[in-house]
Design a protein around this ligand. Structure first.
Ligand code: KG4
Ligand code: ZN
Length: 335
């Protein structure tokens, strides 16, 4: 059995976990930097300072909760990209330092691979499978062929889906992160009141574009008096629009996978936006594949996904040198 200590610091969550190859989560520590709420987004400099401040105490607490000494570990993993460079340096350096002191392997984890593979900690999902990764930083379809082996089918041409949620929320004077608040208010709204543009729908391929929807919402905000009901109706109409786009794009992604002669049975939808229940239900209802979502707390950023990816990589002997440099831009195809 292999046990991994994992660190996640690529954005504004400082997270630490211990995970083993028996699929046990021994500790799961997470600290969100809520102070960004006031700024309406993540401030990279504040984020990296906060990682510096909290990371060592979270590691101490994770090790105590899992009843482990550093010498009991089989490897130390950190998210080394993509993400904000300051945070990536903090987490990667900490993991390397521990690895060096206890003479255990270091594993540089790609954040997107972590979002993708965490599903295999929970369910028997076998390669190859289709992935829709919808987070604050990314929006793409992939075929996961194996650990470290991905084919990108399509991606956003402008904003990520999480960004679209956050920017629309900001226009509606809602706090950051906007996704969960939009989901909550949409429950009280009329999803067919406003017809927002379904960009890219009916076009070939599975790319996305969300900038037109943002502009449409901006115009609505200027036109309306913005009663509480108006806000709820915009939230519901926005989710309705996004669900139509995701469905159309997912159907094309499935056709694209088929045309590559890849037999896909399982479809994994992951990343922060995959926590949205409205979108989950819509996709489950209309897509004829086995759909898997991680539970909400493993959809949004966490270190369990990094630890599990560490396990999968260690099992294949994919370890990294201590001079591995963090990669703020790091596509899954460039492994
Ligand atoms: O995966 P994640 O935690 O961080 C990145 O890797 O980017 O995703 C964060 C994003 C934010 O944009 C947030 O608004 C969105 O996920 N999000 C949601 C929901 N929960 C989080 N979007 C829609 N509905 C939700 N329930
Ligand atoms: Zn993420």
């Amino acid at each position: 059995m292999k046990t991994i200590l994992a660190v996640e610091t690529s954005c504004d969550e400082t997270a630490v976990a211990t995970v083993n190859s028996d699929k046990q989560i021994l500790a799961h520590e997470i600290l969100s930097q809520t102070e960004h709420n006031k700024c309406g987004g993540v401030v990279p400099e504040i984020a990296s300072r906060a990682h510096m401040e909290h990371l060592s105490s979270l590691i101490k607490s994770a090790m105590e909760k899992s009843n482990l000494n550093f010498c009991d570990l089989d490897a130390i993993a950190a998210t080394s990209g993509p993400g904000l460079i300051g945070g990536l340096i903090v987490g990667t350096m900490m993991a390397k330092a521990i690895a060096h002191v206890v003479q255990k392997p270091f594993i540089a984890v790609n954040h997107l691979e972590a979002h993708t593979l965490v599903i295999r900690l929970l369910y028997e999902v076998k390669f190859p499978f289709l992935v829709l990764l919808i987070s604050g930083g990314h929006c793409q379809f992939l075929i996961a062929q194996d650990v470290g082996k991905y084919v990108k089918l399509g991606e956003t041409l402008d904003d990520s889906l999480g960004e679209a949620f956050d920017k629309v929320a900001k226009m509606l004077s809602l706090n950051y992160p906007g996704g969960p608040l939009i989901e909550k208010l949409a429950k009280k709204g009329d999803g067919i009141r406003f017809k927002l543009p379904r960009a890219m729908v009916k076009r070939s391929g599975c790319n996305f574009s969300f900038s037109g929807i943002k502009t449409a919402v901006k115009n609505l905000v200027q036109e309306l008096r913005m009663s509480e009901q108006d806000v709820c109706d915009i939230c519901a109409s926005f989710q309705e629009c996004i669900s139509d786009i995701l469905l159309d794009r997912a159907k094309n992604a499935i056709t694209m996978a088929e045309s590559l002669n890849v037999e896909i049975n399982d479809f994994v939808i992951t990343g922060g936006v995959a926590a949205n229940n409205f979108l989950r239900e819509k996709l489950r209802k209309h897509i004829n594949l086995n759909i898997f979502f991680p539970p909400n707390n493993l959809c949004t950023d966490n270190a369990v996904m990094v630890g599990w990816t560490g396990v999968e990589r260690l099992q294949r002997n994919y370890i990294d040198p201590l001079n591995f440099a963090p990669r703020p831009r790091w596509g899954l195809e460039s492994y």
